[in-house]
Ligand binder design. Structure first.
Ligand SMILES: Nc1ncnc2c1ncn2[C@@H]1O[C@H](COP(=O)(O)OP(=O)(O)OP(=O)(O)O)[C@@H](O)[C@H]1O
Length: 776
């Protein structure tokens, strides 16, 4: 972690961007924090792109400071959050010593702004990142609930030793999963073990750790959950069941979904739960698409269905104990967990009672207790008060409100009972067809609908025309502004800079290739070794030079040599690339969901393979120049011509390899496809067999034909035939020399153009096939 020394007597802001820290003293009545030095007095480096040009405004009020999003009127792009609750540009938030406001929601990249007031307290402010350990330590790093773990992660779903990280012989850090409930590395569930590379995000229950700067850092406990519901539409057989719903549920809120029968309450709840897919629109959980990350969050979401699903003959304590045994790690302290759940649902005094002897409300409490065992921060309940008398209904709503407010849980319930609806923080009023007629504070709903009783709202919303009228007037109302416009912030897909993504992919791919020494060696030296062996087999013959004596076979020999060089180039090009996309298809799909740009990805593959092709070409040209005497080429310098032709052949063959790598399902298929690709290249190259009719057409599709055409033209293989035989030989020899190897610029450029056309075609098909893999 880097930090400036600080000797401030005034309050100051400590800004932590993934371990890089800046401190800014606050000594004016107004400060502006941002990236633009001409607009902000507290300015950060331009590379801190998550921060807007004007990110926040700070205004002094007596001894204290308030922080407002953006310039105090218009919000910033990535917004300001306090415990995942949006800070508005207009209302702002009073800063108190130690308070941490975040920019953005994604724990992996969010920037933390901590307010420190030396006058208010001498207590040091501890940040989460201070829970970090060096990866490169001799001992195995342990992560888990036990106090002896290197990083303690205390939550009921975490095993005593949940996972370990140790270095293997090759210097890689290997995470081993020892848990009941699993570990996710970069969004993928780990099966047994996974490599933790720089930048990897590890999720263990609610904890998020990141491998960064050689350390493993705990960056978030994700103990507060917000949902941003963005333009949700659900249609079944042409019937709209949810109609373009957008709103946000913030941490610690108790939210009721209300509306007439069939309005879509249960449908909305199932969609928010992530178990029913919307036709369009997205539910974001702490800024991530819920459905895409459902496996990560499923253990963290509680759901109590309408019907009690508990055994009637067990006691309250037994129900909770069995549920804890089933859902939580075996090494958990069951007694404490059950005790806490009993306390949460206020049933400690009835712990020994049999379920069948409980009232409806008490049974519902036990169902809620079962869900609370895992301490979920997002909780759904389907009609929890149905069948309860008014007194129990009231008690239930109060219990839920306490669970939301005290436990910072986001609780969503479907209900028909509106007697105690004012205990809720928000209501979502749906009209038939899943239309949003109102979202906001329940008491203000009465004002909005102009009634004194909730039942009257149901009556008003019976007619479709009335529903549409309310939908429209809600959008124009100040309630919409207050409860939706000011709190709703769907994460806009971060528009990653394609160039910087390309750079990162290229660096990563380059280091992967450089690390795989054996394959790199094979890619570089297969062709030079083949050329060396070829020269050995020819002994002292010079295939490209006309000697003093007439040699009828010289032209054929030259073509054979060029054919072997072509085949070697095709082979190394194909084999260097055929695995390159398929071998990382799982990583690709995950990164693509995050924000990977297809062009940047394929561009990086192309760039690194092209750089490799340059080195391969240089080695081939050097080997040929050593192995064989250079022909006196009239058209172009032999080495330069050789370089261009070989490079184009290599690029075309690795482009074909990339196409294969995209088309196949696994690495074995890619290997299996190589002979099938190479054989036609040999058959239709126009060297071994005279091509006629259809085979000439097929040869247009072969790289080998154009590669040999280019080589043959530069060498001028026609000239290698004796003068007296040339015209007849061109027609009659078993190998079709003649027109294909005419030493003209027109002919040479046509061969090169055809190689280039092959490259473009292969890359276009590769991009198309890869795009088809998108699941969104
Ligand atoms: N699986 C389904 N396929 C098609 N339509 C459905 C499905 N489930 C519900 N619907 C229809 O969607 C609409 C909304 O149903 P939903 O159950 O969400 O309403 P609700 O407000 O929860 O009603 P209630 O209060 O009566 O439970 C209804 O018209 C219903 O018939």
């Amino acid at each position: 972690m880097t930090a400036q020394p600080m000797v401030f007597s005034n309050p100051y802001l400590q800004i932590n961007n993934r371990g890089e820290i800046l401190n800014f003293e606050l000594n004016r009545s107004q400060h502006i924090l941002g990236r633009d030095p001409s607009l902000a007095d507290l300015f950060v480096p331009d590379s801190w792109q998550l921060i807007s040009r004007i990110q926040a405004t700070l205004r002094q009020d007596g001894e204290s400071y308030y922080i407002f999003d953006g310039d105090g009127k218009t919000p910033s792009s990535n917004r300001l959050y306090l415990d995942r609750v949006l800070i508005s540009p207009q209302v702002g938030c009073l800063l108190v010593h130690g308070m941490c406001v975040t920019i953005g929601l994604d724990p992996a990249v969010m920037i933390r702004v901590t307010y420190i007031n030396p006058r208010a307290s001498n207590l040091p402010v501890t940040s989460l990142e201070q829970k970090s350990v060096l990866l490169s330590q001799p001992q195995t790093i342990t992560l888990g609930r036990d106090a002896t773990c290197t990083i303690q992660l205390d939550a009921p779903t975490i095993s005593r030793t949940h996972a370990t990280i140790r270095q293997d012989g090759a210097g890689r850090y290997i995470l081993s999963d020892l848990s009941t409930n699993g570990v996710f590395v970069n969004g993928q569930r780990v099966s047994n073990s996974a490599i933790v590379s720089e930048g990897a995000t590890i999720r263990i229950g609610p904890f998020i750790l990141i491998a960064r700067n050689g350390e493993i850092q705990l960056v978030d406990t994700e103990d507060r959950i917000r949902l941003d519901i963005d333009r949700l539409i659900l249609e079944t057989s042409g019937k709209r069941r949810l109609d373009n719903l957008s709103f946000a549920l913030e941490p610690g809120q108790l939210v009721a979904l209300v509306g007439g029968s069939g309005a879509g309450k249960s449908t909305l709840m199932r969609t928010l739960l992530g178990i029913e897919a919307a036709t369009s629109g997205t539910v974001y959980i702490n800024g991530s698409d819920l459905r895409q990350n459902f496996n990560i969050y499923r253990d963290r979401i509680g759901y109590v269905p309408q019907d009690d699903i508990i055994h009637m003959d067990l006691s309250v304590e037994e129900v909770l104990t069995y549920a804890a045994k089933l859902r939580l790690p075996s090494d958990i302290d069951l007694k404490t967990i059950v005790e806490r759940a009993l306390d949460d649902i206020k049933m400690t005094h009835r712990r020994k009672a049999s379920i069948k002897d409980l009232s409806g409300g008490q049974r519902k409490r036990v169902s809620i207790g079962v869900e609370l065992l895992a301490n979920p921060k997002l909780f759904f309940l389907d009609e929890p008060t149905s069948g309860l008398d008014p007194g129990l209904d009231k008690q239930m709503m109060e219990l839920l409100r306490d669970l939301a407010h005290d436990g910072h849980r986001t609780i969503v319930l479907v209900t028909h009972a509106t007697a105690n609806i004012t205990d809720c923080d928000r209501i979502v009023f749906l009209g038939a067809g899943g239309k949003l007629c109102y979202f906001g504070d329940p008491t203000e709903a009465l004002k909005f609908f102009g009634v004194t009783d909730f039942a009257k709202i149901y009556i008003q919303l019976q007619q479709e025309t009335e529903i549409d009228r309310y939908v429209e007037s809600y959008h124009k109302s100040p309630y919409f502004q207050k409860y939706i416009a000011n709190t709703f912030n769907p994460p806009t897909a971060r528009q990653a800079n394609p160039l910087s993504q390309w750079q990162i992919f290229t660096q990563r791919y380059f280091s992967l290739i450089a690390r795989d020494r054996v394959n790199l060696g094979l890619a570089l030296f297969t062709a030079p070794v083949s050329i060396g062996l070829l020269s050995l087999s020819l002994q002292d013959k010079d295939p490209f030079i006309v000697g003093d004596t007439v040699d009828l076979g010289l032209s054929a020999l030259a073509l054979q040599v060029l054919f072997v060089i072509t085949c070697a180039s095709l082979w190394v090009g194909l084999s260097s690339s055929a695995q390159e996309i398929v071998k990382e298809s799982a990583i690709y799909l995950r990164e693509r969901l995050v924000n990977l740009r297809l062009r940047s990805y394929l561009g990086s593959k192309f760039s690194v393979l092209a750089a490799l092709a340059i080195v391969q070409t240089i080695l081939i040209v050097i080997s040929i120049s050593i192995a064989f005497k250079s022909p006196a080429s009239t058209l172009i310098n032999w080495q330069i011509g050789l370089f261009i032709n070989t490079f184009l052949t290599l690029v075309a063959s690795f482009s074909l390899g990339l196409l294969v790598s995209t088309a196949v399902k696994n690495g074995n298929q890619a290997n299996g496809a190589l002979p099938l690709l190479l054989l036609p290249q040999i058959i239709f190259s126009g060297v071994l067999f005279k091509l006629k009719g259809l085979s000439i057409g097929i040869s247009y599709l072969m790289l080998s034909r154009w590669a040999i055409g280019g080589y043959g033209t530069i060498v001028d293989v026609n000239k290698l035939l004796p003068d007296s035989l040339r015209t007849a030989a061109i027609e009659d020899m078993p190998f079709p020399t003649g027109i294909a190897y005419q030493p003209t610029w027109q002919n040479l450029s046509f061969n090169w153009l055809m190689l280039s056309a092959h490259i473009v075609t292969y890359l276009a098909i590769t991009a198309w096939l890869q795009k088809r893999k998108d699941i969104l």
